[in-house]
Design a binder for this molecule. Structure first.
Ligand SMILES: *Cc1c(COP(=O)(O)O)cnc(C)c1O
Length: 464
């Protein structure tokens, strides 16, 4: 399988190289040149597979150039063995035609573990084989950083530097990052905001001259193709449990960077019967406004009760746009260049293509806490604020296309403040493996909001 850039001006790469990069050199994002597709009979034959076996079936075509069946199998089995539920991604019924796909049984209690536990192991295998070392650098407002560190903590060939805004990450999220300790793990608390952190990471990727010869930066945010790929599997897993290929479900996805829901779109392109894909957003509703008006327009960031969805632009939307414009890279390059300077309008044809599959819904903090309270009262089930946004959106879409599966993207114990705001009267407990989170020593370095200081720190703290 070859991977091409959405902007058409970068060399096509095989899986190993796409795993080891971030953005394409032309500023685009890598996508498969051609997606694998499964027939209804092939999908019917998947119905009996457990999660790791299903992952093997779905992922093999994407990675076959780089990994043998045996290698992939052992990596996948290791990856999903660290999840703390037998089913890995259990499906729970909340009401008639309403289901929740629990994606929070991984080490850091958020769906990002599905991809980052796999990514760390794939990288380790490739680096060992090549005798190379790389540097992971990422910015986080919470979930990405902890999942990335947990995914790479055992990799000797990876130094990982995660920047977070000092004092602006929740206690649980910060401790999930800073209580893991290894010589290769570096938590940098930047005296600035998330955008400052993100800007430093972007600048470092553009100019990697501060790294010693032979080292390069690898991205762990969802612009890395391997993350998207891993997420396709659980759409199949839920769809099969609800009767695929004979019955089509709809999926409601709490959305920030559009990585998770884009994986659902890919699952549909690969043959999984899917009715609707619901983009569920908080007050940071750039995609909801786009679906409503056809205009893609940045707005100032709002801090909400669902911080992992607080974004102004959804980077992975470019991957969908590429398809909405019949895979015309020139159209995408032109549009994205214009978007650097201000708002853009998508063509009517592109918007019509988008609406054949996608709906959108904006859910504010009040509706979020209301849903947490209602769901607890009705079903005795505690939703985290991100998942609650998905449930509200699924209920909004339910008149048309059931059964609805909401992706539960985080465990409620990660967001105790939002649960308290909902007034349900219970405090979600951290699972046993994290019960001592508040007793462990923390490791992080406070650095000024200064790119040169960060680069200097990194250059001097790399493993030999
Ligand atoms: C990252 C995250 C999201 C958003 O996922 P995207 O792939 O960025 O759209 C939603 N909920 C939680 C809990 C997250 O950590």
């Amino acid at each position: 399988m070859r991977y091409i850039s959405t902007r058409g001006d970068a060399p096509a790469l095989g899986f190993e190289d796409v795993l080891l990069t971030g953005l394409a050199p032309d500023g685009g994002l890598y996508v498969p040149e051609q997606l694998p597709a499964f027939t209804a009979d092939e999908i019917a034959a998947m119905a009996t597979l457990d999660y790791p076996a299903l992952a093997q079936r779905i992922l093999t075509p994407f990675v076959a150039d780089a990994f043998s069946d045996e290698e992939l199998q052992s990596i996948i089995e290791d990856t999903y063995a660290v999840f703390r539920h037998e089913a890995v991604a259990p499906l729970v019924q909340l009401g008639h035609d309403q289901w929740v796909l629990e994606l929070f049984h991984g080490p850091t209690l958020a769906f990002k573990d599905f991809a980052l536990q796999l990514l760390g192991r794939l990288l380790d295998a490739v680096l060992q084989r090549r005798g190379e070392k790389v540097v992971i650098m990422g910015a986080t407002s919470g979930d990405t950083g902890s999942a990335a560190i947990a995914g790479c903590q055992h990799c000797e060939n990876i130094d990982i530097f995660i920047l977070h805004p000092h004092g602006r990450v929740s206690d649980v999220q910060r401790r999930q990052m800073t209580t893991l300790s290894a010589p290769t793990i570096h938590n940098l608390a930047i005296e600035g905001n998330f955008d400052d952190c993100q800007a430093m990471v972007k600048a470092a990727f553009r100019d990697q001259g501060f790294l010693p010869d032979g080292r390069r930066l690898v991205a762990v945010n969802s612009i890395n193709w391997a993350r998207i790929m891993a997420q396709i599997v659980y759409y199949f897993y839920a769809g099969l449990a609800l009767g695929a290929p004979h019955r089509a479900a709809s999926y409601s996805v709490p959305t920030g960077n559009f990585g998770d829901i884009f994986a659902g779109y890919l699952a549909a392109q690969m043959g999984l019967p899917v009715q609707r894909l619901m983009i569920a957003t908080n007050a940071n509703d750039v995609l909801h406004r786009l679906l409503s008006s056809g205009t893609y327009a940045r707005q100032t960031l709002e801090h909400t009760l669902s911080p992992s969805m607080d974004i102004t632009v959804s980077s992975n939307f470019e991957r969908l746009m590429f398809d909405l414009y019949q895979r015309d890279p020139t159209a995408i390059a032109t549009l994205m260049e214009a978007f650097n300077d201000g708002d853009i309008s998508l063509s009517e044809q592109a918007m019509a293509n988008c609406r054949t599959r996608f709906d959108s819904c904006r859910v504010d903090d009040e509706a979020t806490t209301q849903c947490i309270a209602d769901t607890y009262a009705r079903a005795g089930y505690l939703l985290d604020p991100h998942s609650a946004i998905g449930v509200v959106a699924a209920q909004a879409g339910a008149a048309t296309a059931g059964p609805w599966v909401t992706l539960a993207t985080a465990h409620p114990a990660k967001f105790p403040d939002a649960i308290a705001r909902a007034g349900v009267g219970v405090e979600p407990a951290l699972p046993p493996h994290l019960a001592n989170l508040f007793d462990l020593p923390e490791h992080f370095e406070v650095l000024p909001n200064d790119a040169a200081a960060v680069r200097q720190f990194m250059a001097t703290h790399l493993g030999a």
